[in-house]
Design a protein around this ligand. Sequence first.
Ligand code: MRU
Length: 355
Amino acid sequence: MVATIEWKDNKVVMLDQSRLPLEVINIDCTDYLMVADCIKKLKIRGAPAIGIAAAMGIAIGAQEIKADGFADFVKKLETVMQALLSTRPTAVNIRWAVERIKKLLNASRDKSVDDLKNLLIEEGKKILAEDIEINKAIGRWGAGFIKDGDTILTHCNAGSLATGGYGTATAPMLIAAKEQGKRIQVIADETRPVLQGARLTAWELMQAGIPVTLITDNTAGALMKKGRINLAIVGTDRTARNGDVANKIGTYTVAVLCKEHRIPFYVAAPLSSIDFSMKSGELIPIEERDSEEVTTIWGHRVAPEGVNVINLAFDVTPAKYVSAIFTEKGAFKPADIKKLTKKDVNIDSIRLRPR
Ligand code: MRU
């Protein structure tokens, strides 16, 4: 599998997802502004992947800083952090990465500026390595909810490309198929307007040897009605403490359709995508993107010049539609997610078991 992102020769190297699947090319980011630009332009995308990109963007930004001691270094690094924070508002993972790095810096006040710069490179690499392990753990908890012969619907791309590797929504599929020998099929929504399902999920699942069938977004309901979908698994950009889930636009529609057809609707969410400080999904900032994403398809205009467009990048699915949230700590009812922050919680007592 091609790496989504890595730190190599003092550069942040990322696969250009805006070109996939037609071209498989890397971009070498040599400064933090390039990293920020790649995040904005969806050259790297998916909540965990942009969290990792932000951490590595901070590390590369740090290398350029000339500072006279800790306080001066941290002050100058703030500009870098703000630039990365301002790229995309919905995924909480960028803020999560920035907060983690701030905590690390606070605990490293006695270090020299050179040592701090190295520390940030190591932290970026660590976040990447941890992400892959977290996804495998999500996969192990989630795979139990997949039965032999199941057909799984997914929306957007919450796969390897959206993370450091392995994916969140795709991790249970990979474990179920590759480690548990379950025969599964995946149905990928194409995911207008930017086609992450058609371009990315279809491509990476084919590479991984998982049978995948591509549908237009508006086909999902008809297939559910015919009994051809057994469950849905999607990712999330930010899940609020009440279990409401923000994910790619169209996820809400999938969840409502699942409820109507009594199909389980699961969300795969690393803890880094859960915003425990946010009370409800209604408060999640929803990114609005350029109208050209809707009026054109890969540079070809498909709508009349001057038409009004609404291009919300994400929607919020209320917790009541979510059957379970798969995390690295287990599968939970959405209402129980907030309990994970309690020090005295008996995690085993709130874990959901596959039926
Ligand atoms: O706009 P994108 O492509 O960044 O949207 C990505 C999604 O909606 C994913 O489902 C989400 O980030 C989870 S990725 C594991």
